[in-house]
Write a protein that binds this ligand. Structure first.
Ligand code: PMP
Length: 430
């Protein structure tokens, strides 16, 4: 029975004192988690299909990560901008994982903060100020990140935003108009970029920013053709390409970085979430000339790259690489996609299944023909799953009707199947 007595007390206190801007959509009060299982304060346990919102790529509380944090915690927690061996080791490691000329790293504490830093860098290095962002993009909640983002719901009430942001459409192959094909959608979206330069730009575009796949916008995966087209557009116009891989990197999509699927190399990459298994760590990685104009002290922070963060990041990367968690994400992701697509054929409320690796999504509709979004069913389904022992995230997307499935990358096929069995039974019950 959820919430249990201890959980109820926590939720009551929270309701009195916590900012209502934090959404707690489910009657679940986490106490601890181990690998792919979550335990609540009343002793109930759940299979985790959230990775704690896409951070626990190595599984919750991986022993190697926990030990690295514990060992460092007794030595030094913070030394601000002073040099530290773990920080130099961490930036060297990160640069070493990237394509060759992405060789400079700025460490910060949140994805949003890192997005802002990437935008600032692009302006400084080009001397230009306009930024192109996509409809439905989510880049975080600082003003720069929100200004570049195009998810209307996330921006409501917070304007005015940064000037100089130009907005372009992003491909959505599920909601195509009659007669359209993925090829024509890509061509239309790429033509819209050119049109934007002609009709809305002052000729001062510094950068185009995009998630490699759109997460908050509803798990929209673009084609390689589109992403290569975007790279080509940037090259032809001398525009920097910033890829927001805050949720897509560190094995989540079946490759270490999601841009590897598309065979493109960005000018600036922003990473976060899964990079340190849950500690607040984010990074901007760029080519040396792009960071060269930054004055000392102009982009840094109190907590960015602190020794504890670096210890967690280094240990997490070791686990992801040594245990080939990207490979596991690709294999289990393919298996889960197959089962989910079979479910889609049988259930009238499931309009689409999509995703990459272990970042999968179910889009709920009222009717498969009209594709009318069904946020009510999506919300109810999440709670039904929780009561059946499976933890998934609150629905997302432009219409709030997309359920994300993102277990830790350590998950076994058996446990993935156990979670999918719960989804299948719950769909039947619905
Ligand atoms: N970019 C993307 C693609 C994200 O998904 C998020 C967080 N959901 C952010 C940026 C912001 O990261 P943070 O919450 O760490 O600020």
């Amino acid at each position: 029975d959820l919430p249990g007595p201890k959980a109820r007390a926590v939720l009551e206190t929270q309701a009195k004192f916590l900012s209502p801007s934090i959404s707690t959509p489910m009657p679940l009060v986490w106490e601890r988690a181990e690998d792919c299982r979550v335990y609540d304060v009343d002793g109930n346990d759940f299979i985790d299909f959230t990775s704690g919102v896409l951070v626990a790529n190595t599984g919750h509380c991986h022993p190697k990560v926990v030990k690295a944090i514990q060992d460092q915690a007794g030595l030094l927690l913070n030394c601000y901008d002073s040099a530290h061996p773990l920080r130099s080791a961490f930036v060297e490691r990160l640069a070493g994982l990237m394509p060759e000329d992405l060789d400079r790293v700025l460490l910060l504490s949140s994805g949003s903060e890192a997005i802002d830093a990437a935008l600032k860098m692009a302006r400084v290095s080009t001397g230009r100020d306009e930024i192109i962002g996509f409809d439905g993009a989510f880049h975080g909640r600082t003003y720069g990140a929100m200004s570049a983002g195009g998810l209307a719901g996330a921006r409501q009430g917070f304007g005015p935003f940064l000037p100089g942001i130009l907005r372009a459409p992003f491909p959505d192959y599920y909601r195509m108009q009659p007669g359209e094909t993925p090829e024509s959608v890509d061509a239309h979206c790429l033509a819209a970029l050119e049109q934007l330069l002609l009709s809305q730009s002052n000729g001062d575009v510094a950068a185009l920013i995009t998630e490699t796949y759109q997460g908050g916008g509803g798990s929209l995966v673009p084609s390689a053709r589109f992403m290569r087209g975007v790279r080509d557009f940037c090259d032809r116009h001398g525009i920097l390409l910033i890829l927001d891989e805050v949720q897509a990197s560190f094995g989540r999509t079946g490759r270490l970085f999601a841009f590897e699927h598309f065979d493109i190399v960005p000018d600036i990459v922003v990473v976060g979430k899964g990079i340190a298994s849950g500690l607040p760590v984010a990074a901007v990685v760029a080519r040396t000339p792009i960071m060269a104009g930054l004055k000392p002290g102009s982009l840094s922070s109190t907590f960015g790259g602190n020794p504890l963060a670096c210890a967690a990041g280094l240990a997490s990367i070791d686990v992801i690489v040594e245990d080939d968690l990207s490979g596991n994400a690709a294999r289990i992701g393919t298996h889960m996609t197959g089962r989910l697509k079979a479910l889609m054929e049988r259930h009238r409320l499931v309009g689409d299944i999509r995703g990459m690796g272990l970042s999968l999504a179910i889009e709920f509709v009222i009717d498969k023909e009209t594709k009318q979004p069904n946020p009510e069913v999506a919300r109810g389904f999440v709670e039904h799953l929780l009561r059946s022992g499976l933890c998934v995230m609150a629905p997302i997307g432009r219409n709030g009707n997309v359920l994300r499935i993102a277990p830790p990358l350590t998950i076994t096929r058996e446990l993935a199947d156990e979670g999918l069995d719960i989804i299948e039974a719950s769909l039947q019950a619905f």
